[in-house]
Design a protein around this ligand. Structure first.
Ligand code: NAD
Length: 264
């Protein structure tokens, strides 16, 4: 299947109101893929966003603001997508949050939220989308992990635990579906220019009395040999490739897109 043949398929992208998810939604809609958009906007804002997409790309769009910390809300969310758009062909588990603090001081509530949103939500969406993919003998599941699914960094205990967890989940679901035309992969980005990391830059700028730009440069180059942030659209283009037939044999992989961070 070429990427053109993806037109008319249904993609659900969690956390697609911002950053990587939103950029990916534009890339997929541009191929004629119908979209289940999702994220923490109000009903009104979500309706506006859905309308912008359907007008720009002439695709069907559904919006949900289900809170991914709530397993029951996730079930209702998946059911509403299926009802509005049909079975989910492409599932992109992208929503995520971050909190940085040493393990000793890490608030339990933040730990629970990060594990729920960055890891458990993907288990629930996969469990509820896979039966239809198996029946159709076609599916693409792409989990947005992180370089922190492969290596650790100080002050990121919950995030690294969740991202290492989603790498493990990816491998198991890929193995369980390897004989069908269903691929399951994790993408492991380094620094991507999105609101998620803004607070970390603001904190460094305040702590070290630097401009935002200098703090951003210091943050990026402390770990990543490529001295610049990736753009969210670059992740979206890679996701589109993983949806194509050319990527049929790529499954169970954790794919770094990290400016040589993990080459060191
Ligand atoms: P972002 O902050 O721009 O977007 C996060 C999205 O998740 C938003 O749509 C938000 O509404 C949604 N979300 C947050 N909490 C939610 C909840 N409780 N219920 C439902 N939705 C919720 O973030 P981003 O940088 O685009 O991150 C997307 C993914 O990429 C995350 O999983 C993140 O860990 C991963 N990632 C980001 C970077 C980076 O440098 N930005 C690097 C590696 C991995």
């Amino acid at each position: 299947m070429t990427t053109q043949a993806l037109a008319g398929k249904v993609a659900l992208i969690t956390g697609s109101t911002s950053g990587i998810g939103l950029a990916t939604a534009h890339v997929l809609a541009n191929q004629g893929i119908n979209l289940a958009l999702h994220g923490l906007l109000t009903d009104e804002e979500g309706k506006d966003l859905a309308q912008q997409f359907s007008e720009k790309y002439a695709v069907k769009v559904h919006f949900s603001n289900a809170d991914l910390r709530d397993a029951i809300a996730i079930t209702a969310f998946i059911n509403s997508v299926t009802l509005a758009l049909g079975n989910i062909d492409i599932l992109i588990n992208n929503a995520g949050i971050q909190h940085t603090e040493s393990a000793v001081k890490f608030p339990t509530a933040k730990w629970n939220d990060i594990i729920a949103i960055n890891l458990s939500a993907a288990f629930h969406t996969i469990q509820q989308s896979l039966p239809a993919m198996q029946k159709n003998n076609w599916g693409r599941i792409i989990n947005i992990a992180s370089v922190h699914g492969l290596v650790g960094s100080v002050n990121k205990s919950a995030y690294c635990a969740a991202k290492h967890g989603i790498v493990g989940l990816t491998k198991v679901v890929a193995l369980e579906n390897a004989e069908q035309n269903i691929t399951v992969n994790a993408i492991c980005p380094g620094w991507v220019d999105t609101p998620l990391i803004k607070q970390q830059i603001i904190d460094i700028a305040a702590r070290d009395q630097l401009s935002f730009e200098q703090a951003q440069y210091n943050l990026v180059t402390a770990k990543q040999p490529l001295p610049e942030m990736m753009q969210p659209q670059q992740i979206g283009e890679f996701i589109l490739f993983l949806c194509s037939d050319s990527a049929r044999a790529i499954t169970g992989s954790s794919l770094p897109m990290d400016g040589a961070w993990t080459a060191q």
